[in-house]
Design a protein around this ligand. Structure first.
Ligand code: DOR
Ligand code: ZN
Length: 446
């Protein structure tokens, strides 16, 4: 594979710039004034070097809705966003409830070669919440599924959830719960509160999420199993996760960039680009989420990147599909919500975007320290850059970014997967022999 020399980068944004030399996908030397004749050189000009980002929650729409995202287009968006690993949720068509689908997702991701696409297996057959999927078969397939989730749906039957946790425990895999008590969200499209009431939108109470978080913490306690809470959205969820951790329960939680930055005042336009599950909450919830992420009560950031076709978004609010693009805007939103207000330094950013998510799913090739002998799986960030979101320029096939036209601080300038540059200066870098197809997705310039 050869050598790559990153010239003048600041690991974790600390200290004086250093050179990082990699060979065959591994960091072999860190120092100043390094030279390597045969090496490809990446000038970093004092930019910040972080471990490659890991997204525990990505919706790629392959198989089934390749008109909205494919493993290839989603991989391009991920690489441009600084990600080296993404977990592709199971709510595809067909559902990823069999090893045929999960192995396909893994293989296709490797073929594209821009990020490691880890398949998430469904907890229940067809996401129907009735019968456990063949978790063991998926876990032992080529795709080696290590996380299971019915995301998009909640595993609401407590007995099925308990069994899933028990099986997961024996298999050494993780259950990630989309916490939503469906009997409390029938017809709900917006956070239950003054804004939804004024706008005439059916409300989604905080308790719909919090009741499941509390229940699952207790189920995990009794099963001696781990549970991961997807997209925490309320101040109450923060309190419950904090309590569960204080009891020694193995619970982890993620928060999305959109729940950190946005609130339900955005709904006033009835533009369904702001429709998402769980819904955008109140500014007090967003504030509690930011604090909880800074304090480690919430473990990590996950995008919930959810591409949707124009016809599924540009329609009546009540019938529009929920979800937002997230892969290419995540880093900048973390800079805006966490770094600029002094809630996280760059070590902290490395932790929430890379190290903790990798730990939660037990990846040993991602989220590693920047040190000799470690994988050269890295992201270079220019903290001084600023850019404006234009969804037409994002690599996703879909356009549903709620951040359209927003000015963003900080930019990913290069992403490196096992010593190979996958994105650079806003363009994806296709692997030799893969150029034709991936180049077609190269719409990420900024
Ligand atoms: O807003 C959402 N969109 N929330 C989910 O849980 C699923 C996702 C999707 O698949 O579009
Ligand atoms: Zn979800």
């Amino acid at each position: 594979m050869g050598e790559l020399l990153i010239k003048g980068a600041r690991p974790y944004g600390e200290g004086e710039p250093v050179d990082v030399l990699t060979r065959d996908g591994v960091i072999i030397e860190i120092g100043t004034g390094l030279a390597a004749d045969a090496a490809e050189v990446l000038p970093a000009n004092g930019q910040i070097l972080l471990p490659g980002f890991v997204d525990l929650h990505t919706h790629l729409r392959e198989p089934g809705r390749e008109d909205t995202e494919t493993i290839e287009s989603g991989s391009a968006a991920a690489a441009l966003g600084g990600y080296t690993a993404v977990f592709a949720m199971a709510n595809t068509d067909p559902v990823a409830d069999s090893v045929v689908v999960t192995d396909h997702v893994w293989r296709r991701g490797q073929e594209v070669g821009l990020v490691d696409v880890y398949p998430v297996g469904a907890v229940s057959v067809g996401l129907a919440g009735k019968q456990l999927a063949e978790m063991g078969t998926m876990a032992s397939g080529v795709g080696a599924v290590r996380m299971f989730s019915d995301d998009g749906h909640c595993v609401d039957d407590p007995l099925l959830m308990r069994r899933a946790l028990e099986y997961a425990n024996t298999l050494g895999v993780l259950i990630a719960q989309h916490a939503e008590e469906p009997r409390l969200t029938r017809g709900a499209v917006a956070h239950e509160g003054p804004n939804a009431a004024r706008l005439g939108l059916t409300g989604w109470p905080r308790a719909a999420e919090e009741s499941i978080v509390a229940r699952d913490a207790l189920l995990a306690r009794d099963a001696g199993a781990r549970v991961h809470i997807c997209h925490a959205s309320t101040a109450g969820t923060v309190e419950l996760v904090k309590w569960a951790k204080s009891q020694g329960i193995s619970i982890t939680a993620e928060v999305t960039p959109h729940h950190l930055l946005l609130d339900d005042s955005r709904l006033a336009t009835y533009d369904a680009v702001n429709k998402v599950n769980p819904p955008l909450r109140e500014s007090s919830d967003a504030e509690a989420l930011r604090r909880a992420l800074a304090e480690g009560i919430i473990d990590c950031v996950a995008t919930d990147h959810a591409p949707h076709a124009e016809q599924d978004k540009c329609c009546e609010f009540a019938v529009a599909r929920p979800g937002m693009l997230g892969l290419q805007t995540a880093l900048s939103i973390i800079v805006r919500t966490m770094v600029e207000p002094g809630l996280l330094d760059w070590r902290g950013v490395a932790k929430v975007l890379s190290e903790r998510p990798a730990e939660i799913v037990g990846l040993d090739e991602h989220g590693r320290p920047i040190a000799v002998g470690e994988p050269a799986t890295l992201t270079l960030v220019d903290p001084e850059a600023s850019w404006t979101v234009r969804s037409s320029e994002l690599a996703s096939i879909s356009r549903n970014s709620p951040f359209e036209a927003m000015a963003m601080p900080g930019a990913v300038t290069a992403t490196i997967l096992r010593g190979r540059i996958t994105a650079r200066a806003g363009s994806v870098v296709a692997r030799a022999g893969n150029s034709a197809s991936v180049a077609a997705q190269d719409r990420g310039g900024r």
